[in-house]
Write a protein that binds this ligand. Structure first.
Ligand code: HEC
Ligand code: HEC
Length: 218
């Protein structure tokens, strides 16, 4: 009996170490987590030992992913009905859900967003376009329409309290650490001023952020 318990406890410790190594939420998080380092772990290691394919397995070339952060928001040509303008955080959340099958992709997506933003530091913003990639006029038109929807939404829902330039300047402050949580701008806006809620994963939130990105002083 005592022997059984000791074995069980040992196994528990091994499981905890294994989870800490792949950076699962809730374990490696004491103090103020380093978002970029955590994002790199999610990027390079799958949380599922049975399926070791990670983001970096397919996206192995840092030269190709360096321009990603600057190119969002943009039209993501997902299979219908998924195709739409997305923020980088939303696109990462979609990829985390699809490839890692997490029920809540937000923490992994936010830290991966921080990691990709760090990789792309110094790349000038070019929403809708990635350096070295073909430009699709149809996708740029869809992005322009998203910016216009975002502008109207901003006027209705935000303008009474904030100058747009002030809000646009906070874009680079996210994702950020709040206590033991990691928060994207998308999540902040979802919880900011309750009714009616803009869901973090919605087209409307992507529209708003597409507009704010457009208003960011260059
Ligand atoms: C099995 C291969 C595979 C895996 C694993 C994979 N991706 Fe992708 N991903 C692709 C392909 C293919 C594309 C579309 C072509 C491209 O943009 O590189 C893509 C595109 C993307 C894009 C859009 C890039 C752009 O410029 O439009 C993002 C963001 C992305 N993936 C994030 C991730 C993240 C985060 C993970 C890990 C959770 C991941 N991917 C795992 C294959 C993969
Ligand atoms: C009724 C006034 C009001 C409206 C409307 C409003 N906000 Fe705010 N917002 C605030 C106040 C006050 C703060 C300061 C923090 C707090 O009290 O929540 C804030 C803070 C913020 C911040 C955080 C800034 C930082 O430095 O971290 C962002 C981002 C933001 N608002 C975006 C928006 C957006 C986007 C909208 C529209 C969807 C919006 N706000 C609508 C009052 C408002």
């Amino acid at each position: 009996m005592a022997y059984d318990r000791a074995v069980t406890r040992g196994a528990g410790v091994r499981v905890a170490l294994l989870f800490a190594a792949v950076g699962l939420p809730g374990l490696a998080l004491a103090g103020s987590p380093d978002l970029v380092a955590e994002g790199e772990r999610w990027w390079t290691k799958s949380p599922d030992p049975a399926n070791p394919v990670a983001c970096a397995t397919c996206h192995w070339d840092p030269g190709a992913t360096r321009g990603w952060a600057a190119s969002f928001p943009k039209w993501k040509p997902l299979p219908p009905p998924g195709a739409r303008v997305m923020t980088l955080f939303q696109a990462n959340a979609e990829a985390v859900t699809r490839h890692y099958r997490l029920s809540d992709p937000r923490r992994a997506a936010a830290t991966i967003t921080a990691y990709l933003a760090a990789q792309g530091a110094g790349v000038p913003p070019s929403p809708g376009m990635s350096a070295g990639q073909p430009v699709f006029p149809k996708r740029l038109r869809a992005l322009a329409a998203s910016v216009e929807r975002g502008r109207a939404l901003y006027t209705r829902r935000c303008d009474a309290c904030h100058r747009v330039g002030d809000v646009a300047r906070t874009l680079t402050a996210y994702p950020r650490v709040v206590g033991d949580r990691v928060e994207s701008l998308e999540e902040y806006v979802e919880l900011h001023r309750r009714a009616p809620i803009l869901s973090w994963n919605s087209q409307a939130t992507a529209d708003l952020i597409a507009y704010l990105t457009e208003e960011l002083p260059r």
